[in-house]
Design a protein around this ligand. Structure first.
Ligand code: AMP
Length: 204
């Protein structure tokens, strides 16, 4: 399996690019954030538990994330590859994958914090299909209601950025040291980022 890890600040474009790449190139998109939001929508115990952390901008504890994701990917072993969007989120999650889930590349979407804050605070998410776009009230994909995620509110954004600095950013060196890191400029517009992404992965 050719698995790709997507890394970058929240709002840097990982989800948007992952959805496009998955649709066009047959990858399976695994977003741990989407999984937790779906669990919450279905009111499961996992969703309820995850919400306690997500609403505060904290990471959901590893014991609720790692086994679930490893199981999911292992079950997909016949798929051409997965895009891991939002996982691993810290070194211990990355180490838990070692020897179990091969990683072909880590794409790092580089974007300034000021831009990320602007994007996240205007971002609205569809309650039905999860589509995200700035400032809309009705979803352009499915007509669902667009809402502001609790963790896209100003106070929580600051916390998420702190958590990224302390817990997630060490993964940049972790993957760079393994020769797997490919850094993309996340500020050049969705279509250009996508072209750069295909180039970085060496696919047409
Ligand atoms: P995201 O949609 O990727 O921005 O994730 C939203 C929230 O879900 C994060 O702020 C965390 O609370 C939680 N989350 C998503 N992925 C993980 C993960 N791999 N480990 C821990 N928490 C996660």
């Amino acid at each position: 399996m050719n698995n790709i890890v997507f890394l970058g600040l929240p709002g840097a474009g990982k989800g948007t690019q992952a959805k496009k790449l998955a649709t066009q190139k047959n990858y399976i998109h695994i977003s741990t954030g989407d999984i937790f939001r779906a669990e919450l929508k279905n009111n499961t115990p996992l969703g309820q538990k995850a919400k306690e952390y997500m609403d505060k901008g904290q990471l959901v504890p590893d014991e609720l994330v790692v086994d679930m994701v490893l199981k999911k990917i292992t079950e997909l072993k016949d798929a051409p590859g997965c895009i891991l969007d939002g996982f691993p989120r810290n070194l211990s999650q990355a180490k838990a994958m070692e020897g179990k889930i091969p990683v072909e590349a880590c794409i790092y979407f580089d974007l300034a914090k000021e831009e990320v804050i602007k994007r996240l605070s205007s971002r609205r998410t569809c309650r039905e299909c999860g589509f995200m776009t700035p400032d809309a009230t009705v979803c352009e994909k499915c007509n669902g209601e667009m809402y502001q995620r609790e963790d896209d509110k100003q106070e929580v954004i600051a916390k998420r950025l702190d958590v990224y600095d302390s817990e997630t950013s060490p993964l940049i060196d972790y993957y760079n040291n393994q020769g797997l890191l490919k850094k993309l400029d996340g500020s050049v517009g969705m279509e250009n980022v996508y072209k750069d992404l295909l180039n970085a992965l060496g696919i047409e």
